[in-house]
Ligand binder design. Structure first.
Ligand code: CS2
Ligand code: MG
Length: 412
């Protein structure tokens, strides 16, 4: 099973996606997701110039060896671009391995540890009525757990509010299909942590009063608080029994979470912008988090994220894989195969892709009554329609950035 072709396919149906397609001399084709939101072309260049030529002539079955060759052989290690590129290769090789074996990838990883993967959706709104409507909309879609994001009085554009139309004023461009706004420059949003800290507890009190104590509720702090502010929010949300508070503080300084942990029992989820096990080493070993947030696409693929989660399992930490619309259906399928097989599965984020994306990426994974399943097609179970993909050329797009009232750039 010798690799004789490696192509990079960039397509932009509802948003930009980067897909690596590997073909072997026996005709097996595998695909992998290398999408890095707002920096897609960096991964394309890394794959095209520094990975694809090195794959030709290699045995596609030697997944671990190729992973180590691409990781250690580059000399320069880690980082989002490198690890997304390696992830795309890893996923494509697992896809090929499954097709050659006639088995879905989760079977190759040890078989199913559960019947399905509980997923959470993104309920949001600028106001409480909008939030209630969004929760009901997601309950009707079958979601059994819900992330709640809210507008903040006094702030205009803010992260995570689906009803917020894009800068173009086109309300049809829902935020959750296009978190990265198309255009040559990032959009500026504003932020005020104190206003946010005053408001969010009132949102969860209202949601609990409206929907009761059982519904698992999640919230994404999106990296914006200092550790003591994160501790304050975690403590103020304890009465509302969150499933998790995510990205409560930037975690490059992993020990910052010690302070948060000292003040609150609200479960913590970190890691969607991490890309290797080394980013997690301290926060897993010291049990400073409860959920590992990485997506397969951003963490070196199935092979490496499985290593991260096996390490996390020793500390009773579970998976909470990132699943926004900027993880392609290929990356989502890979997450489902991994999530179905590991013992320490926690929950899977699932922002459903748009119709144009689903026309490009034909999926066999299923969504049923709040649970996902990767399906039993050999490999990952996703095929890319190259002709359909060709209808949507890349369009430059950037994630927004924040400035505070005094103009200081702040984490978005
Ligand atoms: C968010 C993402 O889904 C999440 O938890 O943090 O929407 C994130 O903002 C985007 O994936 C960034 O590309
Ligand atoms: Mg997040």
């Amino acid at each position: 099973m010798i690799i004789d072709k490696a192509e990079i396919i960039v397509t932009s149906p509802d948003r930009n996606f980067v897909t690596l397609r590997i073909t072997t001399d026996e005709g097996h084709v595998g695909i992998g997701d290398g999408t890095l939101n707002g920096r897609e072309l960096a991964v394309v260049a890394y794959l095209k110039e520094h990975v694809a030529p090195l794959l030709l002539g290699k045995d596609a079955g030697r997944i671990e060896d190729i992973w180590q060759y691409l990781y250690r052989g580059a000399y320069w290690r880690r980082g989002p671009v490198t690890m997304a590129a390696i992830a795309a290769v890893d996923m494509a090789l697992w896809d090929i391995k499954g097709k050659a074996a006639g088995m879905p990838v989760y079977q190759l990883l040890g078989g199913a540890s559960r019947s399905g993967l509980m997923a959470y959706g993104h309920a949001s709104g600028k106001t409480m009525p909008e939030i209630f409507d969004s929760v009901n909309e997601h309950l009707e879609l079958g979601y059994k757990s819900m992330r709640i994001q809210s507008g903040v009085p006094g702030l205009n554009a803010i992260y995570g509010i689906a009803s917020q139309s894009a800068d173009t004023g086109d309300s049809a461009v829902r935020y959750d299909h296009e978190p990265a706004r198309r255009g040559a420059l990032p959009a500026q949003e504003d932020w005020d942590t104190r206003a946010y800290l005053r408001h969010i507890p009132t949102v969860f009190e209202a949601v609990r009063n409206e929907f009761g104590p059982e519904l698992p509720l999640l919230h994404d702090g999106h990296h914006r608080m200092t550790p003591i502010q994160a501790a304050q929010l975690g403590k103020s949300l304890e009465p509302y029994d969150l499933f998790w508070l995510e990205d409560c503080t930037p975690a490059e300084n992993q020990e910052a979470l010690r302070l948060v942990r000292q003040h609150t029992t609200t479960p913590l989820a970190i890691g969607e912008i991490f890309n290797t096990v080394w980013d997690y080493q301290q926060i897993i070993r010291e049990q400073l988090i409860d959920y590992v947030r990485s997506a397969v696409t951003h963490t070196g693929g199935i092979s490496h994220l499985k290593k991260v989660l096996d390490y996390a399992a020793q500390y009773q930490i579970k998976s909470g894989m990132h699943g926004p619309t900027d993880v392609s259906p290929v990356g989502m399928a890979a997450a489902m195969h991994l999530g179905l097989s590991i013992h320490n599965f926690g929950i899977q984020e699932y922002m459903q892709h748009g119709a144009k994306t689903n026309a490009v990426f034909h999926q066999t994974y299923t969504w049923n009554d709040g649970y996902l399943h990767p399906g039993d097609e050999p490999g990952l179970g996703v095929t890319l329609d190259v002709d359909e993909a060709g209808k949507y050329p890349y369009e430059q797009a950037y994630l927004p950035f924040n400035r505070l009232a005094d103009g200081t750039v702040h984490d978005w």
